[in-house]
Design a protein around this ligand. Sequence first.
Ligand code: CP
Length: 309
Amino acid sequence: MQLSTRHLLGIKELTPDDISLILSTAEQFKEVLQRPVKKVPSLRDVTIVNLFYENSTRTRFSFELAQKRLSADTLNFAASSSSAAKGETLLDTVNNILSMKVDMVVIRHSATGAPHFLAKHIPAAIINAGDGINEHPTQALLDAFSITEKFGSLKGRKVAIIGDILHSRVAQSNIHLLNKMGAEVVVCGPPTLIPKHIQAALNVTVSYDLKETLEWCEVANVLRIQLERQNQVLFSSLREYRLNYGINRQLLDSLSKPITVMHPGPINRGVELDSDVADSHQSIILQQVENGVAVRMAALYLLSNRNNA
Ligand code: CP
């Protein structure tokens, strides 16, 4: 089987079959990652550049490791130490790198649509590692993999996405994916951090009541307040946010059933999530990070096959 697309720009552009194919391929790579020798030759002679114009810990290392496990050759670019700091345009940077015979580009950029722009203008396969407040498709895929691993399937799962929905590319990609795969989604947070027309536009239920949302869901995917993307005051203080939307042990223990807690990272401990929840047996946060490598191996492998076909 093959993906229907040459690039991984967003979950919006994937079919349910594409998503199932990436998740089932990731299962095979997860098995490879349990072996004493974790490396396979699948992407030998493929060269990949990781272009990170925004900070990253998990995504950058996860892509790098996935590429090494697949035996690809990799180049790493950080905007702050490159000629982008001297004013070079994104397209010039990428065309210069491609002239050195690079096959795939992984890009994180603060501008929404930067990966889509590159896909229109250059011949290499493009993978979106997060663009502005638009999408973060590999995060949603690794979240889906982690939910499936825990519950057996996505169909009919009750998933709450809690926090700063307005500025979250993780929320957007998760909502698209969960909708396509038949899960039910509630988004929960302060009214100022939830887009006005999201209910109709993205087929989700909106709740402003955290306790009610946690009672309903099986999985709570908790998001960080993205202060760096807020150019106006959207709530009075982090203390007030914590009081109304922070998840703590007492709150989890008051629910009628245990739920699973996820977070894409980085966590603001003591704001959206207390440490005794983040580090508890109900949290699968580090399993998400572990699964990210297998999911990114799957995406890279399938896109490489698609582009060589
Ligand atoms: N989840 C995530 O994108 O983390 P980083 O910003 O550290 O890559």
